[in-house]
Ligand binder design. Sequence first.
Ligand code: NAP
Ligand code: ZN
Length: 342
Amino acid sequence: MQKMKAVQIAKAGGPFELVERAVPEPAAGQVRIRVRACGICHSDMLTKENLWPGIKYPRVPGHEVAGVIDALGPGVTNWRTGQNVGVGWHGGHCSHCARCRRGDFISCETLQVTGIHLDGGYEEFMLAPENAVAAVPEGISFEEAAPLMCAGITTYNSLRNSGARPGDLVAVQGVGGLGHLAIQFANKFGCRVAAVSRGSDSAALAAKLGAHHYIDTRAQNPAEELQKLGGARAILATAPSGKAMSALVSGLGADGKMMVIGASPEAIEVTPLQLIGGRKTIQGWPSGAPADSEDTLRFAVLSGVRPMIEKFPLERAAEAYERMMSGKAQFRVVLSTTGNTP
Ligand SMILES: NC(=O)c1ccc[n+]([C@@H]2O[C@H](COP(=O)([O-])OP(=O)(O)OC[C@H]3O[C@@H](n4cnc5c(N)ncnc54)[C@H](OP(=O)(O)O)[C@@H]3O)[C@@H](O)[C@H]2O)c1
Ligand SMILES: [Zn+2]
């Protein structure tokens, strides 16, 4: 039996463990992916700390997967071996619930989440339902495609559904894994981009990524600064903090919309009066379905949007995760398995 390396969490709150496992065989409707790269998303903490319902341990985290299909389970007809593919948060839908019937696959009533309900990409070979897989186009490396499977799709998809149009002011809160891609996407969409960050450390890089304005929340009131710029048509709020989002609501302009992306158990505090005048809205946004991933990848190839990455080998996943959690990574930590495969 062929063996592989995997990095798992054995119990809720437990450490990352490097283990040897049998290379899994794809069941009916599944493909097996030889993982080449897997980004480390802040949401991997949900698996590590058991913060999402239904996690069964041991579990392999990772929902920013890029690799190559190397085996097909019975009945799979939409994919072939050798294809470059990616898998994101969306780990498969049922196809027959009311939401799936309307094509809203990310809202599937029994959505499978990669790295939560199914083992994810912190391993050399991974299984995925065929309807969770997105094709990776030519012109982008596995390491660059991987972060686009969650950080990329989430920011691209929320931005294109935010109502912001070319010339509008878009604020990006948090210059991290998601934020540094959001700045690039908003710039390429033709928007005026304000990066909102704690401290001045990211100012030069934010400008390089395409931010026209930089707001340091340690030195400035971010809502006032956004109002001085005319008020934001969209705020992509990626910071994992309800409190930090609350401080931005008054930075919305007329018809402005805050897209809530960062996951936090803290309340977002807002008064009705902050929203009524100017018809402002606050909306949550989950990543998207595989078709949205394909749109994201295509747009990235077309426009030159790429993640800035720090590469770690799979074996150093624990250190890589700590690096992401420290907030010091510039800007996405990616596990590479290219050097490991037999
Ligand atoms: N909705 C979705 O579908 C979806 C998808 C992916 C991720 N997420 C969530 O999105 C959030 C960001 O993920 P990520 O991978 O980009 O994380 P990340 O790389 O750690 O970046 C988060 C950034 O938010 C800012 N930040 C962190 N803590 C903060 C605080 N207490 N107050 C204010 N700002 C803070 C920091 O930026 P500065 O240093 O610039 O201030 C940090 O770089 C996480 O909560 C993650 O779970 C949601
Ligand atoms: Zn994610």
